[in-house]
Design a protein around this ligand. Structure first.
Ligand code: IFM
Length: 386
């Protein structure tokens, strides 16, 4: 059976600056790395220098869109001082995508804080929304001109950031404090609102959204307590931020990785990181997002699979369920596999292999994995044969 996607559907893959660029020294992750609290990204994939070659690969793989992020600590290395040289770098990066006919999705903030901002309390600082919006305004004013980039994501996975950094204590600033966690969520919401307003003021035509990591909180229908708990979890984790941002989003970016069942359930399929593989969840989550009445892009979906034995089926199964959601009225407009390249997986370092493209971190050589050629067939034919 062939499933044909709409003609203008966007097919791509995603990365983020600190995870792939290399040479980033001036942010909180690099600092925590120097202190031995987290692994060090160091040269990462050297994408800062090799981006043209990497975009040749994106093109070769038949993708018509690409999601990347801007490293705030490069653009604003000191408070209020903006580095034109780095803006020029990202202008070239976006131009390189345009030259290849690839639509950029630009994330303004993907987890890493410039050191000066971290020292000021980061997103706990009540002035953070103003500070963040000033940075976003600067970048967008410089980079959105002449149709260079139409799609902008202000914040990547706010709940994951708040939870890993302020509740679980695994990421900078390594706090385990529920009140700080709530405070950061609140400030991230205000930061999104402030940056949305500034971007729309610069150019109302630009499409601005958030990349939201939503979890499929499941339970059997025979467990009323389980169901209730899962509904509350979903209201808080999946919808609180989106509801607060209501009226200040032109699209929703869905990052899907997690399905959580209330109580024990055996799952046969897991990724190299032990994450359950449960493609139907993407259908549940997309259907849940329908009520916002906004276009949706799957801005991340992927797995760590070093041997590349599960990735092809993973992509096809998730797309099959995403397609079903579209058949049921969900306005889904694009899919970005995470990730284009193997990269720095935060506290897990370089172990997990998420890439469509394998990276040899010693030689920086790239090798396209077999599953990427299968994904290419989908991207190029704009259809999925199952
Ligand atoms: O690598 C991360 C990315 O930075 C944010 N979303 C989830 C990915 C896999 O853990």
């Amino acid at each position: 059976m062939v499933k044909n996607f709409p003609g203008n559907f966007l097919w791509g893959s995603a990365t983020s600056s600190y995870q792939v660029e290399g040479g980033v020294e001036n942010n909180d992750w690099a600092e925590a790395g120097r202190q031995g609290k987290v692994p060090v990204a160091g040269r990462a994939c050297d994408h800062y220098n090799l981006y043209e070659k990497d975009f040749d690969v994106v093109k070769e793989l038949g993708q018509n869109a690409h999601r990347l992020s801007i490293e705030w600590s490069r653009i604003e290395p000191e408070e209020g001082k903006f580095d034109e040289k780095e803006i020029e770098h990202y202008r070239k990066v976006l131009q390189a995508l345009r030259d290849r006919g690839i639509e950029p999705f630009v994330t303004l903030w993907h987890f890493t804080l410039p050191n000066w901002f971290a020292k000021k309390g980061g997103f706990e600082n009540p002035k953070a929304p103003e500070i963040f919006a000033r940075y976003c305004g600067f970048v967008v004013r410089r980079l959105a001109e002449g149709d260079m980039a139409k799609f902008w994501i202000t914040i990547n996975e706010p709940m994951v950031y708040a939870s890993m950094g302020y509740l679980k204590g695994k990421w900078p600033p390594f706090s385990k404090n529920f009140f700080r966690f709530l405070k950061v969520i609140k400030t991230l919401i205000s930061s999104h609102l402030a940056s949305y307003n500034i971007i729309k003021k610069i150019n109302p035509e630009l499409q601005v959204g958030i990349a939201k990591n939503n979890i499929d909180f499941d339970s059997t229908r025979f467990n009323p307590l389980g169901r209730l708990v899962q509904v509350f979890r979903s209201i808080f984790w999946n919808h609180y931020f989106l509801k607060k941002a209501f009226g200040h989003q032109d699209f929703i970016g869905l990052n899907y990785y997690f399905h959580k069942h209330f109580g024990y359930k055996f799952y046969e399929q897991k990724s190299d990181m032990g994450w359950v593989i449960y493609p139907k969840a993407i259908f549940h989550l997309l259907k849940e997002l329908k009520k916002y009445n906004l276009p949706i892009y799957i801005t991340e979906n992927g797995l760590a699979d070093a041997k590349d034995t599960k990735r092809e089926k993973f992509i096809k199964d998730h797309l099959t369920w995403a397609y079903k959601a579209m058949e049921e009225g969900v306005d889904l407009r694009g899919y970005f596999y995470w990730s284009l390249l193997d990269n720095f997986e935060w506290a897990d370092g370089f172990g997990p292999r998420f890439g469509l493209v394998e990276v040899d971190y010693k030689t920086m050589e790239r090798k396209i994995r077999p599953s990427a050629w299968e994904y290419k067939k989908i991207c190029e034919t704009n259809s999925l044969e199952i």
